[in-house]
Design a protein around this ligand. Sequence first.
Ligand SMILES: Cc1cc2nc3c(=O)[nH]c(=O)nc-3n(C[C@H](O)[C@H](O)[C@H](O)COP(=O)(O)OP(=O)(O)OC[C@H]3O[C@@H](n4cnc5c(N)ncnc54)[C@H](O)[C@@H]3O)c2cc1C
Length: 119
Amino acid sequence: MKRVVIVGMGFGGIRTARELAGQGLEVTLVDRNNYHLFQPLLYQVATAGLEQESIAYPIRAMSRHWHGTRFHLAEVSAIDFAKRQVLTNSGAIEAPPGSSLPVPSSNWSATSWSRTIPN
Ligand SMILES: Cc1cc2nc3c(=O)[nH]c(=O)nc-3n(C[C@H](O)[C@H](O)[C@H](O)COP(=O)(O)OP(=O)(O)OC[C@H]3O[C@@H](n4cnc5c(N)ncnc54)[C@H](O)[C@@H]3O)c2cc1C
């Protein structure tokens, strides 16, 4: 089975995960927080118009019905293309044996992806 690792459960990660769920893939969701933060309403929390719980949604609860996905709470530090690993502060997420190399989007080169992600 092909494995997809989605780093970051912001708007982009959520949309991608929802599209890929149930497609016969093993999808690993990774985020350094266990919640999605709805940033457009941050100012309402800052001005005491909303409780912070109203704009933070637990990723595990959100992804419960996304078939084939599982959530991994970790901070990604780098992607090692040569070893086909996503390196995190709680270990490496590895590609299954025999699977093909992930294809970065056209805006990225394998070189830039293999650099350490800045803080
Ligand atoms: C105050 C404010 C108001 C806004 N209002 C609007 C608006 O009205 N309309 C609009 O369209 N947009 C708005 N935006 C912008 C919008 O929120 C962003 O464009 C959008 O959130 C970006 O989505 P994203 O998925 O790219 O990244 P993000 O939503 O930033 O998600 C990134 C995710 O990746 C995780 N992450 C980052 N680095 C790592 C790492 N190394 N390891 C593991 N996890 C990591 C983070 O924890 C986070 O969950 C607003 C933003 C702000 C701050």
